[in-house]
Design a binder for this molecule. Structure first.
Ligand code: MRU
Length: 368
């Protein structure tokens, strides 16, 4: 599959040792790259959605930890690991709902732990400085692996998802689960891009996704760049399109799937799922296995990020769109009940619930 944008969503500068991202808050107007090296800069980029989307956040955090590892001043490998653990916890606090953040940070951290436990502790003659260098390289190598894996995972999600669709289908998507939310191809958009290459002639409807407009700013941008037939709608228009027979499938991404299949995704997703169920439109969640949180039993246990009210009242407007001082409630995600989800499109195939996925929990457990 071809990459739809001529640049990487998440990358690493091997000379300056910095996390490199496209600043998504500037899209679609400007394509601006940031190279981030300090804990505060990396935390801020994640919190302020300069890099966003669960898989992209995960890989960005992994590269971020690698960049910080390069700057740790330590006399011993043990001290290095202690400081690294502090950075891991700090970055992990940037956003609570996307489970890929903690999953990715723990994975790169554990790569160092196991190198230390298995090899470096036994190497009696090795200088501490050399051990620290090995740990730094291990961090970066693991982050590179995660990026490559994510690209392959999205391709496989594309193949499995395309099998659910027919030529000429109308597809509704919400928020941005596209190339900009992953390392390439996206999750919900991967079947769309693959279908585009194979001449399926899909008609895609992108919800603008209030309040932060990821659908309008990012999904419409990347689908249009790829030549996909995309139409932007306001979130409130989705049910009327379903009623009019324009939508044959809803494809969304997700930030965390609980063990019972309840799914947290961008606010507004559950409303779509309810409407889709009413109009008998199949509703699919596209997700890498790393987004399934086996340690969380149901959607009630998922922490939902709450964001500043200004995002609703004025962030994208020339002037405030409400009376000054009005109370605002701004949850960034909602939970779709598992009963409304027709299938989970993963790298291993399509499953009607997480419990059907073969051989999972131990690898994906993410306790620190
Ligand atoms: O707040 P955001 O923009 O990070 O929210 C992103 C989403 O809700 C996506 O649908 C989700 O992360 C899946 S990305 C493949």
């Amino acid at each position: 599959m071809k990459s739809v944008l001529g640049y990487e969503t998440v990358d690493y500068d091997r000379e300056s040792h910095g996390l490199v991202i496209v600043d998504q808050t500037k899209l679609p107007g400007r394509v601006e790259f940031l190279s981030l090296c300090s804990p505060r800069e990396i935390w801020d980029a994640i919190y302020n959605l300069k890099v966003r989307g669960a898989p992209a956040i995960g890989v960005a955090a992994a590269y971020g930890l690698a960049a910080l590892g390069w700057r740790i001043k330590a006399d011993t490998a043990a001290d290095f690991m202690m400081q690294l653990a502090g950075h891991r916890e700090y970055l992990c606090s940037a956003r609570p709902t996307a489970v890929n953040l903690s999953w990715a940070l723990n994975r790169v951290y554990r790569a160092c732990e196991s190198l230390l436990g298995q090899e470096l502790d036994q190497a009696r003659d090795m200088q501490e400085e050399e051990k620290i260098l090995r740990l730094r390289k291990a961090l970066l190598a693991e982050a590179d692996r995660m990026k490559e894996e994510d690209i392959g995972i999205c391709q496989r999600i594309g193949e499995h998802g395309l099998g659910l669709l027919k030529r000429g289908d109308g597809i509704l998507t919400h928020c941005n689960a596209g190339q900009l939310a992953t390392c390439r191809y996206g999750t919900a958009t991967a079947p769309i891009y693959l279908g585009q290459e194979r001449g399926y002639g899909f008609h895609v409807y992108a919800d603008e996704t209030r309040p932060l407009l990821q659908g309008a700013r990012l999904t419409a941008f990347e689908l249009q760049s790829a030549g996909v037939d995309v139409t932007l709608i306001c979130d409130s228009m989705a049910a009327s399109l379903m009623a009019g027979g324009k939508i044959q499938a809803v494809l969304v991404g997700c930030d965390r799937v609980a063990a019972n299949g309840d799914t947290a995704n961008k606010i507004g997703t559950s409303m779509l799922a309810v409407a889709a169920s009413h109009y008998h439109v199949p509703f699919y969640v596209c997700a890498p296995l790393s987004t399934i949180d086996w340690d969380t039993a149901t959607g009630k246990d998922i922490e939902i990020e709450e964001r500043p009210g200004e995002e609703v009242t004025q962030m994208w407007f020339r002037q405030p769109m409400c009376p000054s001082g009005v109370k605002v409630y701004n949850p960034a995600f909602d939970v779709t009940d598992h009963s409304l989800i027709k299938g989970f499109v993963t790298e291993l195939g399509v499953f009607s619930s997480p419990g059907e996925i073969p051989g999972q929990p131990c690898y994906y457990s993410r306790s620190m």
